[in-house]
Every structure is written in structure tokens, then in C-alpha cells.
Design a protein around this ligand. Sequence first.
Ligand code: G3I
Length: 322
Amino acid sequence: STTPNTAAKAAGKLYFGSATDNPEFTDAPYLAILSNQATFGQITAANSMKWDATEPAQGTFTLDAADTIANFAMGNGQLLRGHNIVWHNQLPSWVSEGNFDNATLTSILQNRASTLIGHFKGDIWDVVNEPFNEDGTMIDFVFTETIGPSYIDIALKAARAADPSTKLYINEFNIEFPGPKSTAMQNLVKDLKSQGTPIDGIGLQSHFIVGQVPSLSDLQANMEAFTALGVEVAITELDIRMLNVSIPEMEFEEMLAQQKVDYQNVITACNNVEKCIGVTVWDFTDKYSWIPGAFPGQGAACPWDDNLVKKPAFDGIIAGFQ
Ligand code: G3I
């Protein structure tokens, strides 16, 4: 019986990976699974590289928690995906509107990119996270307000200068299927390419719902729309949640079977697109999933259950790479 990273590599992908977080680093049975390079070839820090965690006061960098995760990945021969340089969420309070002029905020952003990427290196970086609203307009926040949309170009150039060998990504959700948000991201890629801004890939987060995953053909065509623009893609935060976990056992079993099919379809889409480089789950076990905290009553989104036991979704992942 094979394992996800082994199956991904056999299919020509770079990795199958997982997000993780520091509180989980006291859970030995969890770490025994996470550290196995045959299962996970790549690690993303779910919180500890974010701005609030790494620069709580201007110019004061706190990187120990993220180092724990980066060193774990390195020690296990796993690739590291940095997450993230600039995002409208989880900003420290000192990074807020009205505090800085354009030139100052630009240098604050450049300093963050060079410090974080210079320190962690990382094989891949989500430089910009979630820049768009659902209608394809750009999110209004301190960076668009103070600098304008060119904060994206500034961040990507600073990232490239910090480490010419790391892959630079923009990461987003609800761009996994055709629609205004995906179109806006494609237009951004075109603009960045035409003005010579470094951009290597687009991250498709892929937070899906059991039974409501976009069709294989939509997923695949959408990925190909990106790769046709000269960027690679990756599935960066995959989980497929149940809208209600308090259901009778029989129904739950049916949901697990549907979830297996759903996982398999998402993996198959990546498998079918040469320039889809890998898949990351947004933690591998329901024990540490973000879903119940964000969507009360929902959950069971991951391929391992609360007791670290593999669910049918695990077999769907393996099948998708075959
Ligand atoms: O650190 C505090 C802790 O001190 C406090 O006691 C506790 C009480 O609520 O909250 C802790 O902060 C939480 C933080 O995670 C660290 O655990 C926040 O409440 C919680 O909202 C935060 O959630 C994270 C979320 O991003 C925030 O936007 C999730 O763990 C993390 O998985 C999630 O990840 C995002 C990606 O970065 C981007 N794409 C979507 C994805 C899911 O939301």
C-alpha cells in the first residue's frame, strides 16, 4: 500500500504536503505521521509565519515558532512553503491605515519580505495571500489604501531579491473554478507578466464542501487557464468539509464515501495538469482542522479523523495520483 507523497512523486508531482501549527508539536502520535516523508513531502505553517506572529512590533521579528516548523521540515527532508508575506488578515495592529505614508509602508513591506524570506529561505512562498473580493475587485485594506494595487508588484520584487531561487506565488480561494474571481486573478497574472514582475505560480486553496466540489472538467480547465499564462499552479489548502457532522452513523458513512470521491477528483485534476506541481492539505487530521472553529457544526474535512485514523478520503487521494 502506497502513501500520498510517494504516490504524488510517482505521478511526476513535486510533493504531497500538509499544513501544521505549533500547538500540535506536543502531540507525538501526530508528529509521527507528519514527519514521515513518504506521506508528506512538504510543510506549510498555518499561522506562525504570518505578520502578527512574526513582527508584533515594528522592526521586532519573532521567528522562533516558525523556526520550529521550518527546522522540522528540513530535518525530515520536506519542502517548506512560506505563508505568507502580505494579507489583509492577521496583521499586527501597528500595520493599519493612517499610520504610514506610501514610501514608509513600502519600505516596511520590503523589509518584511527580505527578513522573512532571507531567514527561512523556503522552497515556495505565498507572497501575496487573498488579494480579491468575490466579485473580482481588490480587497480594500491598508496596503491598497496607502500604496494601491502596486503593493503586489512591490512584494513580489522584494521577495525575488531576498531569494532568487524560491518560487513566488499568489494564493487565493474560490478561484478553483471559472468565475469573476478566477478571471480577476488571470488578469492580474497577465498584468504582472507584461510589466516584468516576478511571479511563478498561483495557489488554489481549495476549501471545498462534500458533494459540492467543482466538476473535474471545471477544475482542470481552470488550472489550464492559469498555466496557459505561463505560471504553474498548486493546490495549497485542500480540505473538504461536511456541512453537518451531527448526523446518523449511516448518513455519516455516506458522506465519507462522497468525500473520498471528492478528494479523488481534486487530486485527479492536479494529476492531469502537468504544471500543477503538488497538493497540500490544510492539516491532515480533523483533530486540528480550522473548520469547526470557523464554521460551528461543520467539519470532518480532513483525510485522517480525530483519532488520527485514515478515512476513505485517504484512498481517494492515492487513487487520484494513479
Ligand atoms: O493565538 C490566539 C490565542 O492566543 C487565543 O487564545 C485564541 C482564542 O480564539 O485564538 C488564537 O488565535 C487563533 C489563530 O488561528 C491561532 O490559532 C485565531 O483565533 C484563529 O482565528 C486563527 O485561525 C486561523 C485563520 O487562518 C485566521 O484567518 C487558522 O488557524 C488558519 O488555519 C487559517 O488559515 C487560513 C490561511 O492562512 C489562508 N486561507 C484560509 C485559511 C483558513 O481560514
